[in-house]
Design a protein around this ligand. Structure first.
Ligand SMILES: Cc1ncc(C[n+]2csc(CCOP(=O)(O)OP(=O)(O)O)c2C)c(N)n1
Length: 372
């Protein structure tokens, strides 16, 4: 279905979301039409925040908002859906648009398989009526579904369109860029040169795919790396758990700005615990680059000040490779909790591959190496 027709059919003009590559048509449509606009389109830090912000919009206007998310974000919405939106609590109506990664029968990456299997069931368990939009779904069928959804929304219930691969079409071209010169991939290459045999916990999305390919190109083992292929926003907490358990090993965390924002409370807990052996690096390209490039709010966030305020003992930002190399050497030698922000461009290789090791195989060699 063409995105314009879909938006016209659901009749909404207020959207809060976390982007998804499978929702590219929707994301680009919203960026093209509204950009980031407090009256029409907000990109939230995580999907639970989307629900809460959309609930606030409904409370203030009486209108029905739309929340869009990848199905990976279902876990993040469960709490506010069950304890805020549900008709046994406040009965706040909302339309969800959910990108269905890992749909059974459609090939996808390991982190999407189980989530894909339980996507519809989780919606059902949350009391959200859903309809699966497929590439072959006729426009008038969607109109019919929306007519019945409208009655449910009027009764304070929530509904969802689950978007199968390729079902939404007609994405306008949108250019996502900033002025920074370092690329994420080259910056990771510089980190790997300095980290040597230290373990690295790497964030969700293309950063992990790039790290995997860098190891391959260097003929190095993958045993040093824990790739957080799913579980966006949790790399720094995983790294904290490792760092506190292995005080004699230096642990590097390569995080993304979108991921760091998604569960920013983790930084407060890391800062309070002060593991001396943890180096937390945020690659800030001001975007959700891995899923298309929709901006995060990280262009307006001072991560260095936040890290210092959370209790990190050293924090700095760099935007060139020579600054990066200087800082990497410095923090490698200081025995204290360090934070480094890398200001990077919004780009990646079009021929970037995916890890060829399974997550289970990755875990096994990583843990064997950790326990040596
Ligand atoms: C809970 C959850 N929501 C959404 C996604 C989809 N997703 C995968 S990577 C990504 C963007 C990550 O952005 P950032 O951390 O800034 O890294 P970048 O891709 O820019 O390097 C998103 C939204 C996900 N995997 N999990």
């Amino acid at each position: 279905m063409k995105i314009e027709k879909f938006i016209e059919t659901i009749g909404a003009d207020y959207f809060v979301g976390v982007p998804d590559s499978q929702l590219k048509a929707l994301c680009n449509y919203l960026m093209d039409k509204y950009g980031i606009d407090p009256g029409h389109h907000i990109v939230a830090a995580n999907e639970g925040n989307c629900v809460a912000t959309a609930a606030g919009y409904h409370l203030a206007t009486g209108k029905v908002p739309v929340v869009y998310l990848q199905n990976s974000g279902e876990g993040n919405i469960i709490n506010p859906v069950a304890s805020l939106l549900n008709e046994k609590v406040y009965g706040i109506p909302m339309i969800f648009i959910v990108g269905w990664r890992g749909e059974p029968g459609v090939h996808d990456e390991p982190q999407h398989i189980y989530q894909g299997e339980v996507t519809l069931k989780l919606l059902e368990d949350m009391g959200i009526d859903s309809f699966v939009l497929r590439s072959e779904t006729a426009d008038d069928e969607v109109e019919g579904v929306m007519a019945s959804f409208r009655e449910k929304l009027q009764a304070g219930k929530d509904v969802a369109f689950v978007i199968s691969k390729g079902a939404l079409t007609g994405a306008p071209e949108v250019e996502y860029k900033n002025d920074y010169l370092m690329t994420r991939e080259e910056a990771i290459r510089h980190i790997v040169e300095v980290s040597g045999e230290d373990p690295i916990v790497c964030t969700t999305g293309k950063a992990s795919r790039e790290l995997f390919e860098i190891r391959e190109a260097n003929n190095q083992s993958h045993k040093y790396d824990f790739l957080t292929v799913g579980s966006m926003g949790h790399s720094s907490s995983i790294a904290l758990g490792i760092a506190l358990s292995k005080p004699n090993k230096r642990i590097w965390c390569i995080d993304g700005d979108g991921a760091a924002l998604m569960h920013m409370g983790a930084m407060a807990v890391i800062g309070a615990n002060k593991p001396k052996n943890l180096i937390h690096i945020v690659i800030n390209n001001e975007a959700h680059e891995s899923v298309g490039g929709v901006p995060t709010v990280a262009g307006q966030v001072n991560f260095v000040d936040i890290a210092k305020a959370c209790g990190y003992q050293y924090a700095a930002a760099v935007s060139t490779y020579s600054e990066l190399d200087d800082e990497l050497q410095k923090i490698k030698e200081t025995n204290q909790l360090c934070f480094l922000e890398l200001k990077c461009s919004k780009e990646s290789r079009t021929d970037l591959g995916r890890p060829t090791n399974s997550p289970l195989a990755n875990k096994q060699i990583f843990t064997e190496n950790m326990r040596l």
